[in-house]
Design a protein around this ligand. Structure first.
Ligand code: AMP
Length: 249
């Protein structure tokens, strides 16, 4: 069984994100970039399925600028077998990513696509759902447990008030939640081995997809700065301030 894992290159989660001075987006020049953390969980789950003998091949796919190769290499060092880079300078939105992934699925014929539940840069939480809709495949989103027996897939997901377990038939789409697993660190020998694993590069036009954005970003702004706290002299003063100055935000 082949598994496709889309891995997105995003601003590293330790970096304090800054808005570009012209308000058109987030500054990425000179900023540390890494694999989206939910996608690391997706790669880890795929590798565990391969280790259990459920999966036979893992293909890591990244869409975006040429530097996304590095993100694919990280997935290869974690245990993916080969990579596909869909190279474009266009700012890709979830619908474009979903259409491109649909074309990759048509070419590769996987039984399972495991995505992150959201990319931490724009928090869209849309690509997996859109891909499932475009393919007409069942989806188990926000997975915290995955069990596969033959063509039967069970996905446990955290919902308000408890756990929901969905049963579906492969081929299917899974999106990962934080609790699904703890991704491994790539060992040095595996990083070296990953350098020799193949990465194929294709362009959106090769896949017959127009990746042009359908949504316009009007502006991007930092959240308002928090005001400094105040010390009050007494409970009476506090109550007075709460009555007259405190606002519900
Ligand atoms: P989003 O819907 O943008 O929050 O992203 C959800 C998931 O879709 C991510 O965790 C990735 O698995 C996948 N994804 C989105 N954009 C890309 C991309 N440019 N390259 C690879 N995977 C992506």
């Amino acid at each position: 069984m082949k598994i496709i894992v889309p891995v997105k290159r995003v601003v590293d989660y330790n970096v304090k994100v800054r808005v570009k001075s012209d308000g058109t987006g987030v500054e990425t020049a000179g900023v540390k970039m890494s694999m989206n953390p939910f996608d690391e969980i997706a790669v880890e789950e795929a590798v565990r399925l391969k280790e259990k003998g459920v999966a036979t091949e893992i293909v890591a796919v990244s869409l975006g600028v040429a530097a996304c190769q590095e993100t694919i290499r990280t997935a290869l060092a974690m245990g993916a077998d080969r990579g596909i880079l869909v190279e474009t300078d266009v700012d890709l939105q979830p619908l474009a990513v979903a259409k491109l992934l649909k074309a990759i699925v048509a070419k590769e014929d996987p039984k399972l696509v495991i995505l992150g539940k959201q990319a931490i840069d724009d928090d869209m939480n849309a690509t997996g759902q859109m891909l499932a809709a475009l393919l007409g495949w069942p989806q188990g989103t926000f997975a915290s447990k995955v069990v596969i027996e033959g063509d039967a897939l069970t996905v446990t997901r955290e919902v308000d008030g408890g756990l929901e377990t969905l049963a579906m038939t492969l081929p299917a789409i899974i999106t990962t939640d934080l609790r699904l697993n703890e991704p491994r660190y790539a060992s040095l020998p595996n990083i070296m081995k990953a350098r020799k694993k193949p990465i194929e590069t294709v362009k959106p036009a090769d896949l017959g997809v127009d990746p042009a954005p359908r949504l316009t970003v009007v502006s991007v702004a930092e959240p308002p700065k928090r005001q400094a706290g105040q010390k009050v002299g007494s409970v009476a003063e506090l109550v007075q301030k709460l009555r007259t100055e405190a606002k519900v935000i």
